[in-house]
Design a protein around this ligand. Structure first.
Ligand code: ATP
Length: 294
């Protein structure tokens, strides 16, 4: 477990205290261009340990590209990106990823526990029985399976499991290195409502209990809304950052999209009408479009 959300001020070493204050993510004046097109720029974002941020926006607004930047798979055109105080790097143990649910092909020769173990020893060569650390690996896998509620099907072939069960295993795999940052790329897609809630609760409790920062890309805001601390809303080269109450309003989103968008609240659910299609992409370099919602 990483240091708790509450910053220690009285006890603990100076090093531990400074560790507690290092943001999980620091983006400063970050931007990505593809040719003449500015996907987004001027992005300043510090994500605190344990903070849950929903990344929203229409198709093509650059949500996945942002995750790729943090995975070291996409270079910034401008600005800087750091994770846990270090420059982003490919394959960093500080970052875990839960991808979209895709059914694993029939006959995939892996048990549930093997899939989770790949998050621990995925970079190791040779058969697992030759691993001098295999007992520790097994214990860690057992603990991860228990954490995500998958112990009951630990020995079953992965392809026989439901989409929700497979997604729990992907979550366990992503948490294997106790990452400072968990990137979730539409992890609820193709899951039914009950499984959406399961996976969302799992990720939210990781943020709260283990102080892992979460960036959660989704088109479906309602399943995550109860857990979200802040929203990053990307659209047409511009963005808004703030609490859901600040960003997900008719006024804020109409301003972001540059045309009327209606936000309708029904009970504790929200509908964003007119916020998805036909977003104008700004091709102009040199403009910083984003701003924090106030
Ligand atoms: N390497 C690249 N070169 C050129 N254009 C790219 C590259 N990668 C992504 N794009 C474009 O950048 C835009 C943003 O892509 P991205 O996948 O980040 O969007 P997204 O917000 O995740 O979309 P979706 O909701 O559809 O998944 C898209 O128009 C995409 O075609």
């Amino acid at each position: 477990m990483r240091p708790s959300k509450a910053a220690g001020t009285v006890s603990g070493s100076a090093a531990a205290q400074s560790q507690q204050q290092v943001p999980a993510v620091q983006l400063h004046n970050a931007g990505v261009d593809f040719g003449d097109r500015t996907l987004w720029n001027g992005l300043d974002l510090d994500v605190r340990p344990g903070e849950f941020i929903a990344v929203l926006g229409p198709n093509g607004s650059g949500k996945t590209t942002l995750l790729k930047v943090l995975l070291g798979m996409q270079r910034l055109t401008s600005g800087t990106a750091q994770i846990a105080g270090k420059p982003v790097g490919h394959g960093s143990p500080d970052v875990g990823v839960i991808p979209q649910q895709r059914p694993l092909p029939e006959g995939t020769p892996l048990r549930a526990r093997d899939l989770v173990a790949q998050g621990i020893d995925g970079r190791r060569w040779g058969p697992r029985w030759l691993d001098p650390q295999r007992r520790q690996t097994q214990e860690r896998v057992d603990a991860l399976l228990e954490k995500v509620g998958a112990s009951d099907y630990a020995e079953r072939p992965v392809w026989m499991l439901s989409g929700g069960e497979q997604q729990r295993l992907r979550a366990a795999q992503a948490l294997a290195t106790d990452p400072a940052l968990l990137l979730c790329d539409e992890p609820l897609l193709s899951l039914d409502v009950a499984h959406q809630e399961d996976i969302t609760n799992l990720i939210a409790s990781q943020a709260k209990q283990e102080n892992t920062a979460v960036l959660f890309v989704t088109h479906e805001i309602n399943p995550v809304l109860p857990h979200v601390d802040r929203v990053l809303y990307l659209a047409g080269g511009r963005f808004r950052i703030g609490t859901p109450e600040e960003v997900i309003t008719t006024e804020s989103l109409s301003d972001l999209f540059g045309r009327p968008v209606d936000v309708v609240r029904v009970g504790d659910r929200v509908a964003i009408l007119g916020g998805e299609d036909h977003v104008h992409h700004d091709h102009d370099h040199g403009h910083s479009h984003g701003e924090a919602a106030r």
